[in-house]
Design a protein around this ligand. Structure first.
Ligand code: 5GP
Ligand code: ZN
Length: 113
């Protein structure tokens, strides 16, 4: 989608530090990490949030398969990690291309931790 930051990242019009890619999914370092490891997983098809993505449930599957493959290929699965997706104002969404934060690399706080 034109004028979408993350669509531009997928097209390499804006640089990013890639950590994973397949036909459907692209993942890269968050520019402002909130944990020692902080990655963003996005689908190559533009949707604006997880509700819209859920209409194409295959895309959710693509995302979580990618996260699963990635976290199994390094220490994230064994040590533990967190997935977060923010929606609209109260959720704190600032980029309106659906994305899943993958956080780890240290003990995460909140949610009972
Ligand atoms: P949100 O607040 O929408 O859930 O998450 C957007 C995330 O995108 C933020 O964590 C922010 O740091 C990250 N971000 C914003 N602009 C860029 C960018 O140009 N490059 C990268 N790698 N991350 C970005
Ligand atoms: Zn987009």
């Amino acid at each position: 989608m034109e004028d979408c930051l993350f669509c531009k990242i997928i097209k390499s019009e804006i640089p990013s530090k890639k950590v994973f890619e397949n036909d459907n999914v692209y993942a890269f370092h968050d520019i402002n990490p909130l944990a020692k490891e902080h990655y963003l997983f996005i689908h190559k098809s533009h949707t604006k949030n997880v509700n819209e993505m859920s209409a194409n449930a295959e895309q959710l599957s693509d995302i979580f398969k990618a996260i699963s493959e990635f976290t199994s290929s390094n220490s994230l699965l064994e040590n533990g990690y967190r997935v977060v997706t923010n929606v609209n104002k109260h959720g704190g969404q600032t980029v309106f291309h659906t994305h899943f934060h993958v956080l780890g690399g240290e003990q995460l706080k909140g949610f009972g931790a």
